[in-house]
Ligand binder design. Structure first.
Ligand code: ATP
Length: 377
């Protein structure tokens, strides 16, 4: 019996709704394997928690998250709950610093059945991963920017050798893994603004140094502005992209739009000792409380969690549970039974969750258990 302690942080806005469905899917998949013993603990964090107890990320929550095998997170922050300096609460970003989650992995893949987003563009060309550095860059200034005399505002960009080396290594490792699973050569694109900023030229220099250790993986370079255009026009030319925090943040909202939008975009924030899995989207205040948030991004994040943890603990059953979730989502989307309003359908959050659980219980994706495709692709 393999025991897994999963910390669950629903958070704010649509977070609790999508987490509810993510947890149901996770349980339904893991219940298929008697060897898996899943212990879930719900932890408080978010703007709502700040309103209740004065801290968006309580110390006890960080400690419990640190002790857990992995964290499944909804979304955090509310536009109306701000610090005195006007910035929003972002405990999910603070958590990345506290747990040293330096690699934000955002797979973007089109699933058959998802309506095309761009007119005239075949979405099946989209199959890439954005790897976002998640502990430095401009976000290193979180809570530390200054406004001088009400005239000048300064946030500083921080790029370190160690931070760049480790995120670039993560990108090349991810490319190698994808290459083995897809049977195609791997490639990593360094996205920067090395023509203008010294910090970015340094990022590219370190990228090149790391790339020397991966002669089997191709490499390329894009300036972030041109990259944004090429992602829209020719997404098929990209495999893995690696970028500093802010550029990665922007590209990892842009790229999912090519494959159906934020409602089906999962993500993982991974460090050496911990990992948090959460949808790429935020708290979506415009649709919060309406029961129409798409939970698939969270459900797919739960699949990534099974894949990562299964790999880490050498547990083929947990990896297979991840593939079952992925398979259920794939078959439901192909059959048109998982389309919420964001994908042109009418299914509510709970109806989508019900259908994923039904598909998992019916075993529709069981034939995928033996497939090599992981739930993190
Ligand atoms: P953050 O800054 O935390 O990323 P945000 O407010 O910029 O948050 P999101 O909360 O991600 O952005 O929302 C962006 C848009 O995408 C909104 O119009 C929102 O309704 C939509 N959206 C986000 N998540 C979902 C979802 N799960 N289902 C449907 N629509 C969503």
């Amino acid at each position: 019996m393999a025991r897994y302690q999963i910390a669950v942080m629903p958070g704010d806005g649509i977070g609790p709704d999508v987490i509810h469905e993510g947890v149901r899917a996770l349980r339904a998949a893991c219940d298929r394997f008697p060897s898996i013993d899943l212990e879930l603990e719900t932890l408080p964090a978010g703007a709502g928690e700040y309103l209740l107890n004065g801290k968006p990320l309580p110390d006890s929550t960080v400690e419990r998250a640190r002790a857990a095998d992995a964290v499944l997170l909804g979304a955090m922050g509310l536009p109306e709950v701000r610090w005195p300096d006007g910035t929003e609460m972002a405990p999910q970003v603070e958590l990345r610093f506290k747990l040293d989650l330096y690699a934000g992995i955002r797979p973007v893949k089109w699933f058959p059945g998802v309506p095309p987003v761009l007119a005239g563009k075949k979405p099946k060309d989209v199959d890439l991963v954005v790897v976002r550095e998640s502990t430095e860059g401009l976000f290193a200034s979180l809570g530390a920017g200054v406004v001088l005399r009400n005239e000048v505002a300064v946030d500083q960009q921080v790029i370190t050798r160690i931070g760049t080396e480790r995120v670039c290594r993560a990108a090349f490792e991810w490319a190698r893994r994808r290459s083995a699973q897809r049977g195609k050569p791997g490639h990593v694109t360094c996205v920067d603004k090395a023509n203008i900023f010294r910090s970015m030229a340094f990022f590219r220099q370190v990228f090149n140094e790391v790339a020397e250790n991966y002669p089997d993986i191709g490499r390329g370079y894009e300036y972030v502005d041109a990259c944004a255009m090429k992602l829209v026009r020719q997404p098929e030319r990209f495999d893995v992209l690696v970028a500093e925090n802010m550029f990665g943040d922007i590209l990892s909202d842009l790229a999912p739009a090519l494959a159906g939008g934020l409602g089906i975009a999962p993500s993982a924030d991974i460090g050496d000792d911990a990992a948090v899995f959460q949808p790429t989207h935020g708290t979506a205040p415009d649709i919060a409380g309406r029961g129409i948030a798409n939970p698939l991004a969270t459900i797919l994040s739960a699949a990534m969690m099974c894949d990562w943890l299964g790999d880490r603990r050498q547990d083929p059953d947990l990896s297979a549970a991840g593939r079952l979730i992925l398979g259920a989502v794939e078959s439901g989307l192909a059959a048109g039974s998982l389309l919420g309003p964001d994908l042109g359908g009418e299914r509510t959050t709970s109806q989508i969750g019900d259908e994923v659980v039904r598909l998992l219980e019916a075993g529709v994706a069981d034939q995928g258990i033996g497939s090599k495709q992981s739930a993190s692709q």
